[in-house]
Design a protein around this ligand. Structure first.
Ligand code: GLU
Length: 419
């Protein structure tokens, strides 16, 4: 995010390490370092008071080697090209790890959406869609929700695209409402996936399948669902947070009560109190003693200095890129096991894939079928990554990258170089 940290360099460093472990010659993975296409657009919006404002928008298509590009669109005041490039590359790896027939992409608009009215947000979204329209489409590049975007934003994109094409094209985006071709189970899919791999990791380490003391950073779509599902499975959620700060109770938080509070409080935790609940800073939350720390907020949260004080035994990355390379090294040395984002949070794009398949086949699936298939894919992918961990004596992160890079390099080799 801000300062000198560069998430794309972060990605390149991990890529190098994993490619070396695979023993891949440079020329077989060089292509992964270069995003296929980067589009930067100016978005002109008439504000409610009549002023005209410009916003910067991006869509980066990192790779289409294994299939159409796929990835979310985020609205955030601090995004830049390197961040979007890194996020796009992570989508490529994520889709390869869980074996979806997709490449990777990511989009962003540099805006703080909380400062815009509903109408301004809609005009911004529709204008952005028009600007990226030449490069998106169900067979080319399929956006989805990400930080600060949701089903409503997807509906505006779908409607704008469809109006300009002259017919309804539900498969142009995923994460839509059910009424316009969204999929059952999509909204909770990322959190569901995070909870499934957390359970698999505990099993893998012969740790009890209930009663783990868990800290979840972020109570948005990913963290909120993850906390609820793990709570329902009998784990003790001892800490949660949102932008207002951290809320901690070593005896365990009442997650349903917290959700009720947030529903009545504009989705914010600000002001939440209950017996035994201590209000702590975000940094303290990340460094409290726990079995599993699950960062589900933004990238670059667990930095070197924080990693030094992390007391969690396990980290499951619900967010994209929450751990810097420096922190990763420190944590590995300390023996902290980290399940990387490109495996842990893949549940969202897995169900996005189901949504897209339903759209292009004009079919609808039952929710049970969706959740069961998601579970099967997450467990299978966890197992494949764990096998590489054992075989090559590497971290889960390097193993997941190895799995992804191997698939990408093989696909590229078979396709060859055009022209
Ligand atoms: N934004 C989500 C992610 O980072 C979902 C992407 C998608 O469904 O295409 O994985």
């Amino acid at each position: 995010m801000a300062n000198t940290y560069n998430p794309y360099d972060n990605m390149l460093q991990v890529l190098e390490l994993a490619a070396q472990k695979l023993g891949l010659p440079q020329n077989e993975y060089e292509f992964i370092k270069y995003p296929e296409r980067e589009l930067k657009v100016a978005i002109q919006v008439v504000m409610d008071n009549g002023d005209v404002k410009f916003f910067e928008g991006y869509r980066v298509q990192h790779s289409s080697v294994r299939g159409p590009c796929k990835g979310g669109i985020r609205y955030h005041e601090e995004v830049d090209t390197d961040e979007v490039k890194a996020l796009a590359a992570w989508m490529t790896f994520k889709c390869a790890v869980v074996n979806l027939p997709y490449g990777g992409a990511k989009g962003a608009v540099k805006v703080d959406p909380s400062l815009l009215s509903h109408g301004e947000l809609e005009r911004l979204t529709r204008r952005f869609t028009t600007a990226i329209l030449p490069i998106i489409g169900p067979e080319k590049d399929i956006p989805a929700p990400d930080v600060n975007t949701n089903a409503e934003v997807m509906a505006w994109i779908m409607d704008t695209y469809s109006m300009l094409k002259g017919y309804a094209v539900p498969g142009v985006v995923t994460g839509k409402s059910i009424e316009i071709g969204g999929s059952l189970g999509r909204a909770k899919a990322t959190g569901r996936g995070v909870s499934i791999v957390t359970g698999e990791l505990l099993k893998y380490l012969n740790m009890p399948e209930k009663g783990a003391r868990i800290v979840v950073q972020g109570m948005g779509n990913v963290g909120g669902v993850t906390a609820t599902l793990l709570y329902e499975q009998g784990h003790t959620i001892i800490g949660v947070s949102d932008i207002s700060g951290g809320y901690y109770n070593p005896e365990g938080l009442d997650i349903p009560a917290i959700h009720d509070y947030m529903s009545a409080n504009n989705r914010s935790l600000e002001g939440y109190t209950a017996t035994g609940v201590e209000r702590i800073s975000n940094q303290e939350l990340l460094t409290r003693d726990c079995d599993v720390l699950i960062p589900c907020a933004m990238e670059n949260q667990i930095t070197g200095p924080i990693a030094d004080s992390v007391r969690a035994k396990l980290i499951v990355e619900g967010a994209n890129g929450p751990t810097t390379v420096e922190a990763d090294e420190i944590l590995n040395k300390k023996g902290v096991i980290i399940l990387p984002d490109i495996l842990s949070n893949a549940g969202g794009v897995v169900v996005s894939y189901f949504e897209w398949v339903q759209n292009i086949q004009e079919l609808t699936w039952e929710e049970d079928q969706i959740n069961e298939t998601l579970k099967k894919i997450m467990i299978r992918s966890f197992g494949q990554v764990a096998d590489i961990v054992k075989e090559h004596n590497v971290s889960f992160r390097i193993a997941a990258y190895m799995l992804a890079i191997d698939k990408l390099a093989k696909a590229k080799k078979i396709r060859g170089i055009f022209p």
